[in-house]
Write a protein that binds this ligand. Structure first.
Ligand SMILES: [Zn+2]
Length: 556
């Protein structure tokens, strides 16, 4: 109470706050924040639909970034564009005095998974174009609505504090957050609230079981020659890339079983009768702690050198991304979870349930209705005995820099496959819109808790120091020579953007993107869908609720 008073909360707020309340914003303030989110429900729908329609992959989120930054600017935030040397990154700040709370979510999508929303079968808007096959179109709109709501309550009640909204650029490439940290974007931040689309509504803390990883492309340089007439004159870069893959896969037997590694050949040469002088192979190396990621990376570099030596070629490598293992902050998660429970799940309609069912049936997924209840808090105890999840998320870099949690918010259909068209089907429908509304409420309420309650932030920092940093320490593999891969996806978008622009959502003409596309919601499922429904319980596409509320589907 004293702290609240010193922070200048209004007399009304002090009156309505229960005397026994240890540490939270007042009920009246939270009710006001939730109402301010409800008042933005239309704008949330427009933002979610608009970003879905832009459908931009990593580093090419040009329209998305400009659109969302402009909305923040119009709402009184000070926008700095192009932060950390990344054109589509920005920060939007507001406020004075008090703590600084960062709010972030990813904005990029995935190559090749264009999908018409509101259709339960795979139906690209444009074949081969990128699409929001993970639902990154909803997270930052939700955070913006939360920030605007919290800002309004803070202004009205003269609550000091600062907000910083930031986009996760190129998350599907694990491409930016380590660079954000290196650029000092979080150096004054007291706590970070992150959000990711989910099928449940929850959060968690502790070691979340996601791997750290490094993404690196090895480029081999040889010498071209006529492959039949004078092969002895050539040195094949493709041979080197293949030897690297063979050597890595023999070495794999003698690596810890905990590692995950995988690659694609991104350049295999031109045609067989020309000895390829250039070839490239792109690896992801994943492990569970910083030192092990560093060791895997070192081993990869050594094997690449060996392959170059074996073939008389040379090799260079470029780091394309990095992600630290994920660790959620306990005091933040507990504060957030109280708000998640208070907000509760969206009121799903029969239409929402019918569409979710149609998606599951049409794609042979396990049948499971949209959840009625929030997901239990995910803790080290609830996850005990479960294997690590394998995948990665570069929010880890921020988690090892400032106390951070991820809100999972319920904007998608249970059991869809993430990184896949099925995870895009609901992402511009009322399911996505309603999930973003409840998520924004919980975030706004948690912001108010953190801003008005110094004890939560002090506890969060103590937890990070005494628990998280005792387990490991932030040690990314980035060197001063490593830079964000900002040209990634440039060519594909130069080719596809003109066709995609015809499908951008126009909110001035259409109430929703579904209406613009002429899609009836929830549509009618062909009778054939239902033939499969009795026998499909073995199909479990997503990783399930092992990391419920935290990690389902949000991993590269
Ligand atoms: Zn994601």
């Amino acid at each position: 109470m004293i702290a609240r008073f010193l922070l200048g909360a209004s007399a009304l707020a002090l009156l309505v706050q229960p005397v026994a309340a240890q540490a939270a914003a007042s009920k009246a303030e939270k009710v006001a924040a939730a109402a301010a989110v409800d008042a933005q429900a239309k704008q949330i729908q427009v933002m979610v639909d608009q970003v879905f329609s832009f459908a931009e992959p990593g580093f090419q989120e040009v329209r998305t970034s400009a659109y969302l930054a402009d909305i923040l600017e119009k709402n009184g935030f000070t926008v700095t564009r192009g932060v950390a040397g990344i054109p589509t990154a920005f920060t939007a700040t507001w406020g004075s005095g008090g703590p600084l709370i960062a709010l972030g979510s990813d904005i990029d999508d995935l190559l090749g998974v264009s999908q018409t929303p509101g259709v339960p079968t795979i139906k690209p808007i444009i074949t081969g174009a990128p699409g929001h096959g993970e639902g990154h179109n909803a997270g930052l709109p939700m955070m913006i609505a939360a920030a605007i709501a919290a800002k309004g309550v803070m202004e009205k009640n003269h609550i000091p504090g600062r907000l910083m909204i930031w986009p996760g650029v190129a998350e599907e490439l694990l491409g930016t957050k380590a660079f954000y940290v290196r650029a000092g974007m979080f150096k004054d931040v007291d706590a970070c609230l992150f959000a990711h689309v989910n099928t449940g509504f929850g959060t968690g803390y502790g070691d979340l079981g996601l791997n750290g990883m490094v993404s690196v492309e090895y480029s081999f340089h040889g010498k071209t020659a006529h492959a039949a007439a004078m092969p002895w004159e050539g040195r094949s870069a493709l041979d080197a890339a293949e030897i690297m893959d063979v050597a890595w896969n023999f070495r794999r037997e003698h690596l810890p079983v905990s590692q995950r590694s995988h690659d694609v050949i991104t350049n295999g040469g031109g045609q067989p009768n020309v000895v390829p002088d250039q070839a490239a192979v792109w690896y992801y190396f994943r492990e569970h702690d910083f030192a092990s990621v560093r060791q895997l990376y070192q081993t990869g570099n050594e094997i690449a050198e060996a392959a170059a030596q074996a073939t008389g070629t040379t090799v260079t490598h470029q780091l394309l991304g990095y992600a630290a293992p994920n660790w959620g902050n306990k005091p933040l998660a507990e504060a957030a979870y109280a708000n998640i429970k208070a907000v509760g799940m969206p009121k799903w309609t029969a239409d929402d349930q019918a569409f979710a069912h149609a998606v599951q049936v049409a794609n042979h997924f396990k049948l499971q209705p949209l959840a009625a209840d929030v997901t239990p808090l995910s803790t080290p105890e609830t996850r005990k005995g479960l294997p690590g999840f394998g995948a990665s998320d570069d929010i880890g870099d921020i988690m090892w820099t400032v106390p951070t949690i991820t809100f999972g918010f319920p904007s998608n259909v249970p059991n869809v496959i993430f990184h896949h068209a099925t995870a895009a089907m609901a992402m511009a429908t009322p399911i996505a819109h309603k999930g973003a509304v409840v998520g924004a409420k919980a975030v706004a309420m948690t912001v108010l808790d953190l801003i008005t309650t110094p004890k939560i932030l002090a506890d969060a920092k103590a937890y990070q120091r005494n628990v998280q940093f005792k387990a490991d320490h932030y040690d990314p593999v980035l060197t001063p020579d490593d830079h964000p891969a900002i040209h990634r996806n440039e060519e594909v978008m130069a080719r596809l953007r003109p066709a995609m622009e015809k499908y951008y959502y126009d909110p001035n003409r259409y109430p929703s993107y579904l209406v613009q596309l002429g899609i009836a919601y929830p549509g009618t499922a062909p009778a054939a869908y239902y033939v499969l429904s009795a026998s499909n319980s073995a199909h479990t596409a997503a990783a399930g609720f092992r990391y419920a509320g935290v990690s389902v589907g949000r991993n590269r």
